[in-house]
Design a protein around this ligand. Structure first.
Ligand code: HEM
Length: 404
């Protein structure tokens, strides 16, 4: 019976979650998982969940009685629970509307487009280094380093210890997985405290050293006399910093991996550069760099005749929606860079929390992947790729390639 339920701990899940997600879509597309949260796997259900304004993202509304993870959190920390983040990913309207307006103001399409030449220069410099070495771990040297450097540059972060920041980021995003153990939770809290104090220090430094950057714009952001409080400012900066690199790494790294596994598709993009934007949308659909998002019910809701109670955590299976043949047709599991409706993927979510960095992520991927496949059409594996073992921000940890 337990085989029927969602089990991301199944052997081989991270390397290829899609057969298991297909089974869930077939057998139990609306289910309460064995660890407490509910989960939806069908495209249509997920769209209606994410567009339903009655749903919340406020973790304080969760009924913890049958939620193992929340209970563990409370057992570890007792009364010393850290304050929940006020980032836009964690708050409902009207606060969400107010904060998102302020953050988007500093995040305009024009300011994103201005970054294109800098991104191309960063990619070319990395590709030169990789070519000179003859082999490379594409994740470390391109897929991770590019979005990390870009968001640092955009925010105008001071030079600092990037290994430390990288470690905190990794610990923090683990909490986005539906199943985590006690050590991961402890590591995430230590990382939150360290990251908060680091970002507070950076904001102080930036107040004294303003520049033409996103962080200065956020500090100055004001609308109708409304400003971000200092905790709100810190939480938005942390979100932008983490969301800016921990997701895009999976699109670039796993995207390149999938193209080398589908050489005829890669050749199409290489031969026709105008395919780039659609190719990136199709890779977003195929790879799903963020596999789940979550909502909290504020009333009983029903999907496919199954009732989900009030105050329940509901996971929206974005990766499953991206492969649902009911929506995409029988070739949903094929990579087709000219798929006509590729842009309708769910990888950036839907509704009011739709990804704020979508156009930046797409531009980074187009430049990085497009330039990589032009430069190294005959790359071959130098060793087995290594998966990162994450359930939600699933991707490659290492992709060693020989670059002939
Ligand atoms: C391939 C890369 C990326 C993917 C797949 C991705 C995915 C997502 C998803 C699924 C959400 C919605 C979560 C939900 O509904 O609960 C989201 C929200 C968000 N993303 Fe991204 N993201 C990516 C890159 C970025 C980048 C580069 C940035 C910023 C520099 C960014 C900033 C944000 C922010 C601020 C939100 C919160 C929006 C809100 O709550 O209103 N993301 N992203």
């Amino acid at each position: 019976m337990t085989d029927l339920f969602f089990n991301p701990l199944e052997e081989g899940y991270c390397a290829n979650p899609f057969p298991h997600l297909a089974e869930m879509r077939e057998l139990l597309p609306v289910q309460q998982t064995l660890v407490g949260p509910w989960a939806l796997f069908r495209h249509a259900d997920i769209v209606s969940l994410l567009r339903d304004p009655s749903l919340s993202v406020n973790p304080e509304l969760v009924d913890n009685r049958d939620n193992e993870r929340e209970q563990m959190f409370r057992e570890i920390f007792g009364d010393q629970l850290p304050e929940p983040s006020t980032s836009i990913l964690n708050v409902d309207p009207p606060d969400h509307t107010r904060l998102r307006r302020l953050v988007s103001k500093a995040f305009t399409p024009r300011s994103i487009e201005k970054l294109r030449p800098m991104i191309q220069d960063m990619v070319d410099a990395q590709l030169d280094k990789m070519a000179a070495a003859g082999t490379a771990d594409v994740v470390d040297e391109l897929a991770f380093s590019l979005p990390f450097d870009v968001i640092n540059e955009m925010l105008g972060m001071p030079e600092g210890n990037s290994d430390e920041l990288r470690g905190w980021g990794e610990a923090l995003v683990r909490t986005l997985d539906p199943i985590i153990d006690e050590q991961m939770m402890r590591d995430a809290v230590v990382a939150t405290v360290a990251m908060d104090s680091h970002i507070d220090g950076v904001i102080e430094w930036k107040r004294a050293n303003p520049g033409d950057d996103l962080l200065t714009a956020l500090i100055d952001a004001e609308e109708d006399g409304d400003r971000l409080s200092s905790a709100e400012l810190r939480d938005q900066v942390t979100l932008l910093f983490i969301a800016g690199h921990e997701t895009t790494v999976n699109l670039i790294g796993t995207g390149i991996y999938e193209l080398y596994r589908n050489p005829e598709q890669m050749a199409r993009w290489r031969d026709d550069d105008s395919l780039g934007p659609n190719a990136v949308d199709e890779l977003l659909r195929y790879v799903s760099p963020v596999q789940f998002s979550r909502r909290i019910s504020t009333a009983e809701i029903s999907f496919g005749g199954i009732d989900i109670p009030n105050h329940a955590v509901v996971l929206a299976g974005l990766a499953s929606a991206n492969r649902d043949p009911e929506f995409w047709g029988d070739d949903a599991d094929d990579l087709d860079l000219s798929r006509a409706n590729a842009a309708q993927h769910m990888s950036f979510g839907n509704g009011i929390h739709y990804c704020l960095g979508a156009s930046l992520a797409k531009m980074e991927a187009q430049v990085a992947i497009g330039s990589f496949i032009q430069r190294f059409p005959n790359a071959t594996p130098a060793a087995e790729p290594v998966w990162n073992g994450r359930i939600n921000l699933r991707g490659l940890e290492k992709l060693p390639l020989k670059l002939d």
